[in-house]
Design a protein around this ligand. Structure first.
Ligand SMILES: Cc1ncc(COP(=O)(O)O)c(C=O)c1O
Length: 322
């Protein structure tokens, strides 16, 4: 993240200038990867900026911290408020919001559990993670790097260290000219992307791997499952083989950063005519209307963020002088 992309970062109760948001080089998290984080989006809606599925992200963050024995000195309500306050202070929409829980005080030694557990929250301008291909279809490669088994590193927790695996798979795919990697689990079943869950469509049924495939149980994944069911598509969570992946009619990724992104091709196997298929398009349409506050049915998934009083005063002055 570039310091210039954001103004204020929330650090343990204070909104500090981005350039001042620093931690000690001997902090435990930096050395051992024991930190947990979230990726959350805020969208413009007709009622003003709103955060998508805030309480689900906070619940996963708090559960991840608890699993890694990081006693957080904030309640889930205080974490949610810190996220809202950061979004409001930066006044950027659409934004990508990154809360992170870490140990930032000097504390070498892998088993060291001393030192303050901290929370920081940043908000940066949201980009299309997969560029143009988010709409026209992503080219993905089946990665030679597999997901670690959850007996080694549990996939339900969104922990810093998990992303060594995503990093290796992601750069390998990029070096081979693909936009994304698809990782298999230890048994060779389809798991997920580097930062996305995966869906397949076959004969009008929507399939996605379940928790037994060592995936992160995505908040977007849960939203897509609800949307697909409500649209009347049969939905099945099951182990998916590479054969099922390559012979599907359609495929797409879901994730906070990737949103809902059609997959055009997997390791040279092209889906249909190479354009997003009808079921993918149907789900994408409802998803994008939902996040932009245009689907009353899912309005409860959005938390409105009223602008800070100063921003309201600025806007009122602008309106008065124009
Ligand atoms: C490995 C992995 N899988 C799936 C996802 C999608 O999860 P979500 O929809 O909650 O962003 C993410 C992103 O957080 C991820 O990092």
């Amino acid at each position: 993240m570039m310091a210039a992309e954001t103004k204020k970062i929330w650090m343990d109760g204070k909104l500090v200038e981005s350039a001042e948001a620093k931690v000690h080089v001997l902090g435990h998290t930096l050395h051992y990867g024991v930190g947990v984080f979230e990726g959350i989006r805020a969208y413009p809606t007709p009622q003003g900026p709103a955060i998508f599925r805030l309480s689900e992200h906070v619940a996963r963050l708090v559960a991840s911290a608890r699993f890694y024995r990081m006693p957080l000195p904030y309640t889930p309500e205080e974490v949610a408020q810190a996220i809202i306050d950061t979004q409001r202070a930066n006044d950027i929409t659409p934004s990508y919001i990154r809360p992170i829980i870490y140990r930032g005080e000097p504390a070498l030694g892998v088993k060291n559990q001393k030192g303050r557990v901290s929370l920081a929250v940043a908000a940066i301008p949201a980009k299309k993670y997969l560029g143009e291909q988010s709409e026209t279809g992503v080219r993905a490669k089946i990665s030679p790097f597999r997901k670690p088994h959850s007996d080694a590193i549990p996939s339900f927790a969104k922990a810093d260290g998990n992303y060594l695996n995503s990093y290796l798979a992601g750069i390998d795919a990029a070096e081979d000219g693909y936009e994304e990697a698809i990782l298999l689990d230890q048994n060779g079943y389809v798991a997920e992307g580097t930062g996305e869950n995966i869906f397949l469509v076959r004969h009008g049924t929507v399939y996605t791997p379940g928790s037994e495939s060592d995936i992160l149980m995505g908040v977007t994944r849960a939203s897509v499952l609800t949307i697909a069911k409500d649209l009347g598509y049969p939905v099945v969570e099951k182990l998916l083989s590479v054969n099922e992946l390559l012979s599907a009619d359609e495929a797409f990724f879901s994730g906070t950063y990737a949103e809902v992104a059609p997959i055009r091709e997997v390791s040279h196997y092209v889906y249909g005519d190479g354009k997003p298929g009808p079921v993918t398009r149907d789900i994408m349409e409802v998803f994008y209307r939902t996040v932009h506050g245009e689907e009353p049915k899912y309005a409860a998934w959005l938390t409105p963020v009223a602008p800070a009083p100063r921003a309201v005063a600025r806007a009122t002055r602008r309106a008065a002088t124009s």
